[in-house]
Design a protein around this ligand. Structure first.
Ligand code: TK8
Length: 334
């Protein structure tokens, strides 16, 4: 009997040192709020993320996505995360600059030349640095998803040079850097939350807005706009934010699965949106939008005219942050 007990204990000890502890997953309903609509590539990303979570958690971690601002605007949803009453939001960085000034770095006009530069910066050390600032504000950024390069649409005239923006009533996202960038280019800029844009365009409270083609398509802005001009003036990322107060109550396994699956979703979303970009441009033209690009000279003029924004906002964003992104870009550009 004694021998048997010893043998059993020995087997148990061996087993416990060999087998990993059972993964710890609880049933979690994760509400994810979105300003954009479900047919935006973020929808594909969320479905891919859910498949990954199903596999890792045996169906216990469940995302419930809300679309078209159904849970409130980006700012409101983000506040709900910080106070621990909502789990997650996919939001542009720009409306959050008032809470986390460092995010203003992504609003600096003409900062990135192409998506591969943006990916390298976000997915590298610089992205981590910004993630630390977010965490200090009560927000866990699971990954940088793509919103895309932003272009101007309006109902007045094609923008072929910055002077064409003169007097145009333009909606910008809620931060001073965007506001000043467009005021400096002559527009009559006004900050507004995303959810108000369609009806403000429809009623001509504003003439113009700026967003990637995929958003102009999926949020149906083409119905209330006549021109789209390829300005590529900013690449503002989507952040997949999680509430830190709620995060802190999750097990390590749950946290790890969420981080890994947000990256799986990111990769799907980025590849879908990069294909959809040209399709959306073609579609909005078919719907009657007149499209133009900027000449290289004009692009250079706009960039030059916008340098003042870099000087004016360096302090607010943080000199170390602006230097860090510029150093990384110099490195990438070789
Ligand atoms: C969606 C927004 C939007 C953004 C904007 O919630 O506000 O213009 O580009 O896509 O985050």
């Amino acid at each position: 009997m004694k021998h048997l007990m010893l043998a059993t204990t020995a087997v148990a000890l061996t087993l416990s040192s060999v087998l990993p502890a059972a993964a710890e997953f609880n049933n979690r309903n994760i509400r994810v709020s979105n300003g954009i609509n479900e047919d935006h590539p973020v929808g594909d990303g969320i479905r891919a993320m859910q498949e990954c979570l199903d596999e890792k958690s045996g169906g216990k971690l469940e995302l419930t996505a809300f679309w078209g601002g159904a849970l409130g605007g980006d700012l409101q949803a983000t506040q709900a995360l910080r106070s621990g009453v909502q789990e997650a939001v996919v939001t542009s960085s720009s409306p959050l600059v008032g809470m986390i000034p460092a995010l203003g770095v992504f609003d600096l006009p003409f900062l990135f030349k192409d998506a591969s530069e943006a990916d390298a910066v976000m997915d590298g050390e610089f992205g981590d640095l910004i993630n630390e600032k977010l965490e200090e504000a009560g927000l866990i950024n699971l990954a940088y998803w793509e919103n895309g390069f932003r272009n101007v649409s309006n109902s007045v005239r094609p923008i072929t040079k910055w002077e064409d923006l003169d007097g145009i009533k333009m909606r910008v996202m809620q931060n001073n850097i965007f506001l000043d960038t467009f005021k400096n280019l002559g527009a009559n800029a006004t900050p507004m939350s995303f959810g108000e844009v369609f009806s403000a365009l429809e009623t001509h409270t504003i003439d113009a807005q700026e967003n990637p083609y995929v958003t102009i398509d999926t949020s149906k802005f083409y119905e209330v706009q006549d021109y789209v001009s390829e300005t590529n003036h900013a690449y503002t990322p989507f952040l997949f934010l999680f509430s830190k107060p709620i995060w802190d109550t999750y097990t390590e396994d749950e946290q790890a699965a969420l981080r890994e699956c947000a990256v799986v979703g990111r990769d799907v979303e980025r590849s879908v949106i990069r294909e959809a970009n040209q399709e959306s441009l073609a579609k909005i033209q078919e719907e009657g939008i007149e499209y133009n690009t900027l000449s290289d000279d004009e692009y250079a003029r706009m960039l030059e005219k916008s340098q003042i924004i870099y000087d004016k906002y360096r302090e607010q964003i943080g000199g170390d942050i602006v230097d860090a992104v510029q150093e990384q870009l110099t490195e990438i550009r070789g």
